[in-house]
Design a protein. Structure first.
Length: 170
């Protein structure tokens, strides 16, 4: 079993129930070990839900997870040593270089783009449903407020003020 396949298998132990592997590529990242700059090998994994960076180290591992909805941007490039990529998400970032082999990097990047696009499509598709729920909630609150006005618990002015506030939510 190749080292990258072994890392992927170890990382699968951290997958969520039903999470599906879409692509993986091995590379290296820079770390400080006892005050000295060092390079550690790891693997970037694209699943149907997120990008995972996983690296084995003496007595443990490093794992960083980037759900597609949290990825704000990514940078990629290529040098003589191979491809490199940096993901930015919610103030965090992971930068991995010397990504090999090129075909696995291409498959990985394609899976990431699909995941990011699917997340945006789902978010857009959910927006109308959320608006309908919010609209139903506002209508219910207006009915309750009307009942309070009719019972003399709130004044007509209080009712109109709150009604205008609720209608702005639609």
């Amino acid at each position: 079993m190749a080292k990258s396949e072994k890392l992927v298998e170890q990382a699968k132990g951290h997958f969520e129930v039903g999470e599906v592997l879409r692509g993986a590529v091995r590379g290296a990242y820079e770390v400080k070990i006892m005050g000295s700059d060092s390079v550690r090998n790891g693997v970037l994994i694209a699943t149907d839900r997120r990008v995972i960076f996983y690296a084995k180290k003496l007595g443990g591992f490093d794992l960083e997870s980037f759900p597609y909805g949290n990825i704000s941007s990514f940078e990629q490039g290529k040098t003589l040593m191979g491809h490199h990529v940096t993901f930015h998400a919610s103030g965090n970032r992971v930068s991995v270089k010397w990504l090999q082999p090129a075909n696995e990097f291409a498959d990985f990047l394609s899976a990431v783009k699909q995941g990011m696009n699917a997340k945006h499509v789902r978010s857009d598709a959910q927006a109308p449903a959320q608006n309908v729920v919010a609209g139903a909630d506002v209508m219910l609150q207006l009915q309750q407020l009307g009942s309070l006005r009719d019972a003399g618990i709130v004044t007509a002015d209080e009712f109109e003020t709150k009604k205008a506030e609720l209608l702005k939510r639609l």
